[in-house]
Structure formats: C-alpha cells, structure tokens
Design a protein around this ligand. Structure first.
Ligand code: SF4
Ligand code: SF4
Length: 477
C-alpha cells in the first residue's frame, strides 16, 4: 500500500487562542492540523453543546460515550484545531468510530455542518497521522480493490468459483470459516452471492423511451463501481424502469468510480481525481438529469461544486454536473407512475439509507414511487433513522460496531414481519442481507427499482418473498 499523503507537507495554521481567557499556552498557537482545509473554526463554533444530536447518533446509542457522540467529536476537533491536543491514536479512534451517517445533521437545531467538519478532519488524519502497520495494510488493501471495477471483477470471479464449487457452502456448513483469520471471516460474512454476470461487470445498455414516443427526459446513468459488479441487475432494472417512465437513458461507457468511498475515508487526492474524470464523462449538455442508484455516490456527486471549488479548471464544470444529479427515485417521482404498473401484493419494509435520507434529504420520493405500485404495503422500521452499520467501508474497518448495528437493524426488521426490505444503496443491501443471515432469519433485500421493474413485468410476487433465501438476489431483469 502507499503512504501517499501521510507525511506532513503543508504549513501549520496559526490557530485562534482558546476561548477561556488567560489560558493561552505555547501549544495553543500551533494547530494539530495543516493549512489545507482544516476543520473550519467558525463551523466548530456553531456547536452550542446542547446535546440534541446525541440520541440520533448510532455510536452514542451503542456506547453512551460522550467522545463517541457528535458533540464529543466536535470538541476533539476544536482541541486539535487550537493546538491543545496533538493527533493521538485515541483521538483518531473516536473519529474513526463515526459512521459518517450524518443522522446528527438534521437533528441539530443550530445547523452545525458536521458533514464538512468530518470530511476535513478525516483528510487531516490521512495526511498527518501514521496508523499502525496492520491498519495501513488493511485500509490499503480495501482501496486497492473497491474503487476498481477490474479488481472487483477478479474478486467476484473468486467468489463465484467458491460458490459454484460448493466450497463456500461447505465452509459455512462445517464451521470451517471459524478457523480463518478474523479479516477473512469479515469478508466471508459480507460477501454477496454473485452470479456469472458479475464477473463481466458490464454496463447496462442505453435505452429509448418505451413505446417509441419522444423522451420526456434525457438521463445519464451512473453505474457505480460496487453496484456495477456486485449488483449488476440493479443497473439493468434502473435503465429499464427509466425507459418505462418515458426517459431516454444514456450510459457513458468510460465511466469509473466517482471517488465517494475514498472521500468518505479522507483520501482526498484520489477521490478528487476520480471526481474530475466523472465530471468529464457526464458533462454532456444534452443530459437533463444524472440518475444515481447508490446513495453514497449520490451524496458526494451532489457536492461536486464544493469539492472542486478550488480548481479553476473544474469548478464550473463540476457545478453544472452536480446540479443535474438526482437519486433514481426522485426522477421517477418527477416523471410520475406509468399506467403499466401491475399489482405486487407485498409487505415491504423501507430502509432509509443514511446517505439518501440524512445526507441528501431524500425521504419522500422513494416512498411515493413504491406506494404507486398497486397492492404494495410500505412498512416503516422501528429506529428507522439508525444506521445499519454499512457506512461505506465502515463494516470492513470497524467490524464490531458495524456488526452490533447490523444485528439491531435485523431485529427491528424482523419486528415488522415484512416479505422483503428495500434500500437505495448497495452497501446497505449487503449489510442487511449479512445481518439477517447471521441472525438466522434471512429476509430478501432489494433496491426499490427491482420492485418497480417487477411490477412493470407483472412478476410473481413470490419472487420477492423468499423466506430461507440467503440473499434474495437474482438475475431477474
Ligand atoms: S452538534 Fe448541534 S445538536 Fe449537537 S451539541 Fe452541537 S449544536 Fe447541539
Ligand atoms: S455522522 Fe453518525 S456516527 Fe458520526 S457523529 Fe454523526 S450521527 Fe454519530
């Protein structure tokens, strides 16, 4: 793995003196952060320490620790910013334990921009804090695979071989997985059931509006990196549903990872390089909208203007692309349901993906488009605002907390006795399937567009209702 960016290269900021009078120390004039976008002291000062955000924070709910709450994490940023504390392993651990779920943002009456504070802090940590070797190797391994569809295809091929040969089922059935290293057990727990098409990782085909009429919207489709390989049927369903709703669908063929996973982990340089490439791929002026069916990607693409604001060559281009980004359900909601939707009598639990509900504020559009399916009953999940524990790469780096949140989500899901669950993010789908399977009660998990496609095709509802099935995945669309 590379240590790129970990050596401090940038000048330190002269920080403001502490608020408390008479306590200015020599350490206080030197911030622990460098001058490249440190957490903004004015944003830190917006926090009035009221604590309204605490019940919304999954890690505070789990552990009841002040330093694992939004307020505590902001206090640590403040101490580091003022130079009152250096960046230590303990301090970084509290920021690492943050899911970045942003449930604290809508919960905060003072409008604290915790999302921007966390983003800046994580970038500082990646540049200025040297993690233990094992951790660096694990994180380096994750980022040498996840943002790269080619590497993901190799991983999907290995998974498929393991499944097809019966090795995976044998290991699970014999308890052999227990003897594997902890990291391998984590991967085995989360790995999806893949099909042969995943190994190809191909993009969906472009589509003309169904029925041959004029396009009501021209939509560019983001295929995503994990989605494209691990859930290719979701991209196919997205394109098919958009066409059925009257849109023309264009799929830029050279598109790659948008950089969201790296940005969430503080890896600024590769994330912004990917963001620039994606802007170049999607800046077709003929596009009216850019459809995103992975909430984590959508949350980042909507902020492209802010992310590339410093770059004179790209800032305007990024802003133009960001303005067109929508979650797929927002576009379907805008177009309105076609008369061709057929009944799908199912009890469906709706899981709010954090990066859709909290980061993008998209809550009603997915519910409306699903309720438009005749016969479908949409169910709310207890503690619905609590993260499922997926959170980008969190379930690979903070395994215990992720597992606890996954089990809590699984218990809440079981309580509503649904036929299946839907979520607009591939990470949530993988996490929910793994958590349900680990708790002994498999529940099929789908992206909303899969149900809409099923309704358009008058599918047998039994295909979405598969108690006993490990994953609920299929080759349907
Ligand atoms: S982040 Fe907002 S809600 Fe939380 S303590 Fe600060 S001001 Fe209060
Ligand atoms: S982003 Fe989520 S985990 Fe992090 S402080 Fe906010 S609510 Fe807590």
């Amino acid at each position: 793995m590379s240590d790129e960016g970990m050596t401090p290269q940038l000048p330190l900021v002269e920080s403001k003196p502490p608020v408390a009078a008479g306590r200015v120390s020599a350490a206080a004039v030197r911030s622990a952060f460098d001058s490249h976008h440190p957490p903004d002291p004015d944003l830190i000062a917006d926090c009035v320490h009221c604590g309204f955000c605490l019940p919304a924070c999954p890690t505070y709910v789990l552990w009841g620790e002040e330093m694992d709450s939004p307020r505590g994490r902001i206090l640590l940023m403040d101490l580091a910013q003022r130079g009152e504390r250096p960046l230590t392993g303990d301090m970084v651990a509290h920021w690492d334990a943050c899911l970045g779920c942003l449930a604290c943002v809508p919960a905060c009456p003072s409008g604290v921009a915790y999302d921007q504070l966390l983003e800046s802090t994580r970038q500082q940590v990646e540049r200025r804090f040297r993690r233990p070797l094992r951790e660096r190797m694990w994180r380096g391994g994750i980022f040498s695979v996840l943002p790269h569809p080619a590497a993901l295809r190799v991983a999907a091929g290995a998974l498929w071989l393991g499944q097809a040969s019966g090795l995976r089922a044998w290991l699970a059935g014999s308890g052999g997985e227990r003897y594997a290293p902890a990291l391998v057990q984590t991967l085995a727990r989360l790995a999806p059931v893949v099909n042969r098409r995943a190994v190809l990782g191909r993009l969906p085909a472009p589509r003309r509006p169904a029925g041959g009429g004029p396009a009501r919207l021209r939509v560019g489709l983001l295929a995503g990196c994990v989605q494209r390989v691990m859930e290719p049927h979701v991209n196919d369903a997205t394109a098919a549903v958009l066409a059925a709703y009257g849109a023309e669908v264009r799929v830029p063929r050279a598109q790659r990872c948008c950089g969201a996973l790296e940005l969430h982990a503080g890896r600024e340089r590769p994330a912004l390089d990917r963001a620039r490439r994606l802007v170049a791929e999607f800046e077709d002026p003929a596009l009216d909208r850019i459809a995103v069916n992975a909430a984590g990607c959508g949350a980042v693409l909507r902020t492209l203007d802010r992310l590339l604001a410093d770059d004179p060559e790209w800032s305007e281009r990024a802003a133009a692309v960001a303005a067109k980004v929508r979650d797929i359900t927002e576009i379907l909601d805008e177009l309105g349901p076609p008369p061709t939707l057929q009944p799908l009598p199912l009890r469906v639990a709706y899981h709010d993906a954090c990066h859709l509900a909290h980061a993008q504020g998209v809550r009603e559009a997915p519910r409306r488009v699903l309720r438009a399916i005749p016969g479908l009953e949409l169910l709310e999940i207890p503690e619905g605002d609590l993260c499922c524990g997926s959170a980008g790469t969190y379930n690979l780096t903070e395994v215990a907390a992720s597992r606890d949140l996954g089990q809590r989500k699984a218990a809440n899901l079981r309580s509503v006795e649904a036929d299946c669950v839907v979520a607009g993010n591939p990470g949530c789908l993988l996490q929910i399937r793994a958590s349900m399977a680990a708790s002994g009660g498999a529940l099929p998990a789908f992206h909303p567009v899969e149900l809409i496609a099923g309704s358009l095709l008058a599918s047998d509802p039994g295909r979405f209702r598969a108690p006993g099935s490990v994953s609920g995945q299929s080759d349907r669309i």
